[in-house]
Design a protein around this ligand. Structure first.
Ligand code: HEC
Ligand code: HEC
Length: 484
């Protein structure tokens, strides 16, 4: 038998016994020529890929490799993740939302508040899925805003503020600034950017504005991101991320890539790689976003602010008597849950427009940052995720994305123009999971096309190449993204 027909036979046999997670058979080599190798991959997360990739619950699937005990831990975490906390259970006194799922809808991403066409702005509702980080720019760099914390807590338990029950440090309003992107072929796309204003801040006096109105205040709006495949990202070794970085652009390709360091540790999670691992991220979320103290963050998030001091004094609460509101068992469960959500299998991989789109993705240089393939090492705490080949479509590094996306707020070593390359796995299902969800750190992009058109800075050349493509080729690239 000739070698080629042997290969075919193996292919047929391989596809006949359909193992879970098996890759589909590739067409013959003549047909595959010219497409990048990753164009054929359906299981982006290897054995941590799930078959379920068509429903609004496709991100809510445990990785298929868990043992019975691990699955129980995961399911316990799922309950905690969906739990609505109240004041008696430790929520607040100041917070952003009362559950994890409020910001990570069905383990996917959040959405901006709804602005009705007839209104100029919209005030934040009770459970918005984004948060604003703030700092005060000084001659010596950014500092915590006096009287506030690093994050604006727009909600409060009822007893926190007598003047505005239910509101936290301040209320927030949002409106959009619009602009137009025009392609060389004359067609155009409307882009929008959310802008935020503070109203009714607790430090506002009849004769004095809130410090939040100071022009030196820097605001970083961030939408809750999807949380699939995170354990695999924890398993990538530090040295690999450091090796991929090119902060001085030594290879001269115009793309730098920088590691964010958090107290000496390599940052991986968050829109600016501002958290080193899932467990720290979850503990921070409990504390910063919901006001739940735990062993990693034992103090209330607004400790040492006049708002907190007034509240404890008024209610005769002894602030030294606060015990952790979340046990380590809860924290571990939640961390395990958020580390073990599967990445859904790709769809329509063999459609011609999807294959062509993978080629365009390569040609216009998206892969300069959205690195298709990575290898995990021996880091992280979960054995299943070690030494795997994965396709997150991200280098995990910080890039200058230009004035377009800048928040002008430093976050550890990330500058006000730098953001971490988002993994693109699962991105095609974003609006299947949450129909209102938008793309990019502040959810401004309503479509994948808008997301690309907002790319500036190190990605400006790639956006230019994209916009120079004929419309049909641009659509192929989008089809490829939708298949991820
Ligand atoms: C108010 C909204 C909000 C709430 C509530 C919230 N999160 Fe998040 N979450 C975010 C945002 C925004 C980010 C990105 C943070 C950043 O850039 O620093 C994030 C990031 C994460 C990440 C890292 C994801 C990544 O890709 O980088 C995990 C894991 C996570 N959250 C888990 C949780 C858990 C568990 C809870 C409940 C204890 C929770 N979150 C509650 C908004 C929220
Ligand atoms: C210089 C690095 C770089 C290049 C080149 C680049 N990107 Fe990105 N991409 C990023 C970063 C960083 C973000 C996150 C930006 C943000 O959230 O503000 C991002 C975000 C995205 C998002 C939104 C992801 C999400 O979860 O909301 C999409 C879609 C995307 N990129 C597609 C592309 C495509 C397609 C190309 C090629 C035309 C491309 N990118 C080129 C760095 C890059």
């Amino acid at each position: 038998m000739k070698l080629k027909s042997l290969a075919y036979l193996l292919l047929i046999v391989g596809s006949a016994c359909s193992k879970p997670n098996a890759e589909p058979a590739r067409p013959s080599t003549e047909k595959t020529a010219g497409y990048p190798a990753y164009a054929w991959v359906t299981n982006l997360a290897g054995p941590a890929t799930s078959e379920d990739s068509s429903s609004s619950l496709s991100f809510n699937v445990p990785v298929p490799v868990l043992s019975k005990e691990e699955l129980e831990l995961h399911l316990g975490g799922d309950i905690d993740f969906n739990r609505q906390f109240n004041g008696e259970q430790g929520l607040g006194p100041a917070f952003n939302a009362s559950s994890c799922v409020a910001c990570h809808a069905r383990d996917g991403r959040g959405a901006l508040p709804v602005l009705n066409a007839e209104d100029r702005s919209v005030r934040f509702g009770p459970n918005e899925s984004l948060l604003l980080r703030i700092s005060l720019e000084t001659e010596n760099g950014p500092i915590v805003v006096p009287g506030f914390s690093e994050q604006v807590h727009q909600r409060g338990i009822y007893s926190l503020r007598q003047d505005m029950p239910g509101i936290g440090q301040t209320d927030i309003e949002m409106h959009f600034e619009y602009s137009t992107f025009t392609y060389p072929d004359g067609s155009s796309v409307e882009l929008r950017k959310p802008v935020f204003q503070f109203v009714g801040a607790y430090d506002e006096m009849a004769d004095r504005d809130s410090i939040l109105k100071d022009p030196r205040i820097r605001v970083s709006p961030r939408i809750g991101p999807p949380i699939i495949g995170l354990g695999l990202l924890d398993a990538i070794d530090d040295k690999q991320l450091i090796q991929m970085a090119d902060p001085d652009d030594r290879n001269g390709d115009g793309i730098r890539g920088k590691v964010n360091f958090i107290d000496g540790r390599v940052g991986r999670h968050g829109w600016k790689a501002n958290n080193p691992d899932v467990r720290t991220q979850v503990a921070a979320a409990l504390n910063h976003d919901m006001g739940l103290t735990n062993s990693l963050f034992p103090f209330e998030n607004i400790l040492n602010t006049p708002l907190f001091t007034n509240w404890t004094a008024r209610l005769s609460i002894d602030p030294s008597k606060f015990a952790p509101e979340i046990t380590d068992a809860h924290l571990d469960r939640l961390s395990f849950y958020t580390s073990t959500l599967a990445v859904p299998k790709r769809r329509k991989v063999l459609d011609l427009d999807v294959l062509q789109g993978a080629r365009q993705f390569e040609v216009v240089g998206c892969t300069g940052c959205h690195t298709p393939m990575l290898k995990t090492g021996t880091s992280g705490t979960i054995e299943h995720f070690k030494n795997q080949t994965i396709y997150p479509f991200s280098d995990g590094l910080l890039h200058d994305m230009g004035e377009e996306l800048a928040d002008h707020r430093q976050d550890h070593e990330a500058s006000g123009r730098q953001w971490r390359t988002r993994p693109l796995w699962g991105i095609g299902l974003t609006q299947t999971i949450n129909p209102r969800a938008g793309f990019l750190h502040d959810g401004r992009a309503r479509t994948l096309e808008e997301a690309i058109l907002h790319h500036g800075g190190e990605a400006a050349a790639s956006r230019q190449k994209f916009s120079n493509l004929p419309k049909s080729a641009r659509q192929e690239l989008i089809s490829f993204l939708r298949s991820l």
